[in-house]
Write a protein that binds this ligand. Structure first.
Ligand code: MG
Length: 159
C-alpha cells in the first residue's frame, strides 16, 4: 500500500461560479489560477502522484506552458491517474478536506464525490470529501482563498 498527501490554495476573485471538485457551485466568487483553478482536483492530483512518488502536478503540467492555460483540471487528474496506473497502482480511497468560508458545501458534497469518482473510474464510496470554514479568520475565513487537502491510498494492481 502507498499513501500520498496533497495540498493546494487558490485565491478567490469576484464573480461566480465556484468550480470545486469538477462541479460548478453557484457562488458570487470564483477561484483564480492559470488552469481552471479547481483547488480540490489539484490537491487530489498531488496526493495520487505523491503516493506513487511520481512528482507533482506542477511538473506534469507547468504553468508556463500555454497548453495548460484554462485547462480542465479533470483532464489533468485523469492523466495523472493514468501515470499512477502505469506505475502499477490503483486507487483504494481518497479523503479530502475543503477549507472555504462560503458557500455551504454540504448540499453539493455528494455531487462532488460522484464527479470525482467518475473522473477516476471509481465508486463514490471510495471518495471522502468534507468541508470546514475558516472561522472567519485567516485567508480562508476572510474569503481571500480556498484551500484543499487530500490523502490518497493506493494498492498494487494485481497481475
Ligand atoms: Mg492549483
Amino acid at each position: 500500500m502507498r499513501v500520498g498527501i496533497g495540498h493546494d490554495t487558490h485565491r478567490l476573485g469576484q464573480g461566480g461560479p465556484l468550480r470545486l471538485g469538477g462541479v460548478e457551485i453557484p457562488h458570487d466568487r470564483h477561484l483564480v489560477g492559470h488552469s481552471d483553478a479547481d483547488v480540490l482536483l489539484h490537491a487530489i492530483t498531488d496526493a495520487m502522484l505523491g503516493a506513487a512518488a511520481l512528482g507533482d502536478i506542477g511538473e506534469l503540467f507547468p504553468d508556463n506552458d500555454p497548453a495548460n492555460r484554462g485547462r480542465d483540471s479533470a483532464d489533468m487528474l485523469r492523466r495523472a491517474y493514468e501515470r499512477v496506473q502505469q506505475a502499477g497502482y490503483k486507487l483504494v480511497n481518497l479523503d479530502c478536506v475543503v477549507l472555504a468560508q462560503k458557500p455551504k458545501f454540504l448540499p453539493y458534497r455528494d455531487a462532488v464525490r460522484a464527479r470525482i469518482a467518475e473522473i477516476l473510474g471509481a465508486d463514490p464510496s471510495q471518495i471522502g470529501v468534507k468541508a470546514k470554514t475558516g472561522e472567519s479568520v485567516g485567508i480562508v475565513g476572510r474569503e481571500e482563498a480556498v484551500v484543499a487537502e487530500c490523502v490518497a491510498l493506493l494498492e498494487p494492481t494485481s497481475k
